[in-house]
Design a protein around this ligand. Structure first.
Ligand code: MFK
Ligand code: FAD
Length: 502
């Protein structure tokens, strides 16, 4: 059988191992305080949480429809590790940090840095956290008052026993991208001003959530609804049980059998009179849930950059342990060139994501200039679509750098690739987000592009002594002078946006 056994790659403290993250924070954050928290959390991730993430993967959720006596219960049974992730998330303030704002405009950078360390070890718990953060943001933007004041407190608490997660139920069978025509769920008004929802939600992730934000068409007095986007409103519903243990107004049809994200339940739900409250004005559902999309898309980008970073970290470590052709992989220039290319992609993704987080933090702390606001609107979909695609490419390359072991399930490596594949699909596919970019250009009459090129120009000016950047300076100048043409192109490529721009 032989006496040689390969040493496995070792996950070390992902904060201490990440010189770029530490350098970025040191350069930008005014206080040193989050360093000790990030360092301690990184230690916990490497020594404790990563094993829980693995436990979530090998003990996926299952659906129990009936109790032993035949009563319908629809219990989604999750692993103990998944439940520990919930408590940990509250204790570590993984949502709360964004709302406590102890670090002012840098609070989002701090929060996302923590999630970036956590994400690849989280057993996909970053998914409910993204939606929870998005729901808190929507509530905050609408106003923290009844009926969502209690929910807001629970979404943003650090107390595990109070902490709630939220779902985001948008997708129906007919349309996930085109929710305006795809949404059939109706909201029937009740005499007390609340509603009951009836419909079918085709994808609902982390369905063990305590509440949800969802879209539906409110019926008028005659029972009629308005088609299209103008008929959609935003609703808040709690996921609760009656005294017999049955879900109130919900039946869990089945759990999806997925390529990846297997750690987390994604269910098909029949809404059969789910009690709900309308949060938006009638017909303003999509615009109101846009705040949630902004937050979840930033989380998605953070997870994408984190997946790249994790595979690079492990591949670098492995290169110091694996020998081929008489020397360690780290001493093979060609192998190191491959790792270097992955590193460059990872750095690009990280810096793009952190800049979006910086802009979000400025906006939330009332410090955003007009330029910042335009950049945030433009770069959120750009970052999501770019990092989502790159994550698949970099993680795939990363698996290859372990040779055959990269393909072996219980190394934990294949799961990284499976989970990366979803990042370009949910929260808006690449093409749908590229249309969102055009929407932002057309709607702002090109101001978002003007902001982008002005920003690029000022960054390039700071590096004017680097001669290799001269073509970039020329390109940016050219783009600024041809802005009108860009706006026309944006308007004509995205059907219907020309009228909006006008
Ligand atoms: C690890 C991290 C993971 C994260 C968690 C993942 C869990 C999985 C969760 C999901 O996948 S949830 C489902 C996510 N679904 C999507 O992302 C839907 C993708 N489709 C789009 O984004 C479409 O572009 C959209 C549904 C928004 C198009 O809808 P409409 O109704 O055809 O759009 P329309 O009429 O252009 O815009 C309606 C309003 O919304 C307009 O405002 P007004 O009413 O005030 O005029 C738009 O300006 C506004 N709007 C649309 N997109 C916006 C936006 N505002 C700001 N930002 C945006 N991105
Ligand atoms: P479609 O909209 O049918 O898209 C199919 C293809 O057409 C895509 O390639 C798309 O890019 C392209 N396309 C669509 N419109 C255009 C256009 N105008 N121009 C060019 N190309 C276009 N949704 C939720 O609401 N809540 C959840 O919790 C949730 N969890 C999910 C979990 C998982 C694991 C997955 C895979 C999905 C989840 N989703 C969830 C659904 C997800 O958001 C949608 O699948 C996604 O938005 C795409 O919608 P669709 O599946 O209807 O695809």
């Amino acid at each position: 059988i032989g006496s040689f056994f390969q040493e496995r790659p070792v996950l070390k403290n992902p904060f201490l191992e990440d010189a770029l993250l530490r350098g970025y924070l040191r350069r930008h954050l005014p206080q040193e305080a989050p360093f000790s928290d990030l360092c301690a959390f990184g230690e916990r991730v490497a020594n404790e949480v990563d094993d829980w993430g693995r436990e979530c993967e090998v003990t996926p959720p299952r659906l129990v429809h009936f109790d032993p006596w035949g009563r319908r219960v629809d219990h989604i049974v999750t692993s103990p590790a998944w439940k520990r992730m919930k408590d940990l998330s509250a204790q570590e303030g993984l949502v709360a940090i964004g709302y406590e704002r102890s670090f002012g405009e840098w609070s989002r950078v701090y929060q996302m840095s923590k999630l970036y360390i956590f994400s690849p070890s989280s057993g996909l718990y970053t998914c409910p956290l993204a939606m929870t953060d998005g729901a808190a943001k929507v509530i905050q933007s609408i106003g923290v008052s009844w009926p969502v004041d209690e929910a807001y407190g629970r979404l943003t608490t650090r107390q595990p026993e109070r902490f709630w997660t939220s779902g985001q139920w948008m997708t129906e069978r007919q349309g996930g991208s085109d929710v305006a025509s795809g949404t059939e769920t109706v909201a029937v008004p009740q005499t007390d001003g609340s509603y009951k929802l009836h419909g079918f939600k085709w994808f609902t992730s982390a369905t063990d959530a305590d509440m949800t934000l969802t879209l539906a068409r409110a019926q008028d007095r005659t029972g009629a609804t308005t088609p299209g986007s103008r008929g959609l409103s935003l609703f808040y519903g709690e996921v609760s049980r009656d005294e017999d243990g049955r879900l109130k107004g919900i039946e869990v049809q089945r759990l999806k059998d997925k390529l990846g994200t297997r750690q987390m339940p994604t269910a098909e739900l029949l809404l059969d009179g789910l009690p709900a409250h309308r949060l938006s004005e009638e017909g303003k559902g999509v615009a109101s849930i846009a705040n949630m999309l902004t937050i979840t898309r930033i989380h998605n980008s953070t997870s994408a950059a984190a997946a790249m970073r994790r595979v690079v970290q492990l591949a670098r470590d492995y290169a110091t342990r694996r020998t081929a052709f008489g020397k360690l992989l780290k001493d093979h220039p060609l192998h190191m060139q491959t790792l270097a290319r992955m590193e460059v992609e990872t750095r690009g993704a990280f810096l793009l994501v952190m800049d979006v987080c910086r802009l979000l933090g400025r906006e939330e702390n009332g410090m955003a200039t007009q330029l910042d606001a335009h950049l945030l609107r433009l770069l959120t979909p750009v970052a999501k679509l770019y990092t989502g695609k790159q994550a698949v490419a970099v993680v795939s390359e990363g698996l290859e750098s372990f040779g055959g072991q990269g393909y072996i399930e219980d190394t934990g490596l294949p799961g990284l690739l499976r989970d990366a594949q979803v990042l370009s699909i949910w929260e808006g596919t690449t093409n749908v987000l590229s249309l969102d970019v055009l929407r932002s250009v057309a709607r702002s009459s090109g101001m978002v592009l003007h902001a982008y090129f002005t920003h690029a120009k000022s960054l390039l000016a700071g590096a004017s002594n680097v001669s290799s950047l001269a073509p970039a300076v020329k390109a940016v100048d050219g783009a600024l002078s041809e802005l009108e043409d860009f706006v026309q192109i944006a308007a004509t490529r995205a059907p219907g946006y020309l009228e909006l721009a006008a």
